[in-house]
Design a protein around this ligand. Sequence first.
Ligand code: PFF
Length: 452
Amino acid sequence: MNRVRSGWATRSGFYMAAIGSAFGLGNLWRFPFVVGSNEGGAFVLLFVLCVLGVGLPVLVGELMLGKLTGQSAVNAIQKTSKDRKSHWLWVGRLSLLASVLIFAYYSVISGWVLYFLMQFLVAPIKGESFDTAVLFKRLMENGHLQLGLTSVHIVLVMTIVAKGVREGIEKWVKVTMPIFFVLLLFLMTKSLSLPGSERAIRFLFYPDFEKLTLTSFVQVLGHTFFTLSVGMGAMVAFGSYLQKETPTPRAGFMVSGLDILISLLAGLVIFPIVFSGTVEAEVGPSLLFETVPLLFSQMGLGNYFGFTFFLCLYTTALVASFGLLEASVSNLVDRYNFQRGRASQIMGVVVFIFAILPSLSSSVLQNVTFQGLSLLKMFDALLINWILPISAAGICLLVGYKLPEKTVRDEFVDERLVDSHQLYGLWRFTLRWLAPFLIFGALVAELFDIKS
Ligand code: PFF
């Protein structure tokens, strides 16, 4: 299988971009509220096991698919199955659909982050602080504002992706990622000094398995794929830019490890605030916005810290969004010979159309619900708990059964490492049997749960 495109300028550039794609709102915004709604410890443990046992193998599989074919998702699958009409192409199409719809809903939340960023920017100028809960409520009631912020985000991402992978992503991530990490560590120490910290630590790390429900399993799988950016073709596209020398298993391992670390860090920042009793936070999409700003209001130079936090958070959302848009843009470029700029514009418009529904879901369309879920929550549940696991299972089976065994083994095994052959066996078993079995098992359990 030959490679047809240029690689990342540096290996660290790729690592940073892949980590940047994985590290985003999924860790800071979504992880805490799914942990909260699944009652803590047992879910957290399940999450860590799931990332290492299922997410990591799928991530390595996706990267490998891209690297070995040098193509984005649909083309990579076509090349692998050697048939233009193969049924496997549906896996690629599903992952593309997921990337477009998830980008639409991701842009809405990125718009919320932009809003808080602006508030923290003007607060020192106005010389006043604000009530976070009131602010959030006002934003939720204003659909036009949400739609406006969503489009600002989409246009920004579109413009940067149009400029190309290297230039767009590499420079950006290298600067902001370390700043954010240090800031999160600092916030964690602040948060852990609150009176609720002991209860928060117990909540996060003491596994009480009775708290898990059937739905928890599908939720943990969906969140794992979401947070690692798999099942959407993004990592196939990133893998296709990988240089020959960069080992995919190591890349996958780094991304997964860091992703777990940042998610736990986010939990340790948010839950002590919840348990300190100073805020009536709802365990849902508003959790991050109703808790973290409170820390800033209690510290000196709080507005500046708040601004830096939301600037870093917005940057991670932006960088993660590159991956989401890159998946479909690289597909148009590879498959239909579109120019990168044109492809970005087309996909930007498509994404904007899909984003209209979730951005109006708490205002004009607040009465449109399904089983009590608003449109935004419905987007979230359908995409992350259903479409992503199905698409990830397809990728597992494709890599496990259709990629030539020798090529895959040569790519995976590193003779310098003692356990490499055993790891390869385990990885292959996971892709061929374990992961598909767990995914379909969880989906069936979820179906029964919905019906009962
Ligand atoms: N993994 C990102 C997050 O945790 O926020 C979300 C994401 C980014 C998913 C990029 C897919 C993707 F291609």
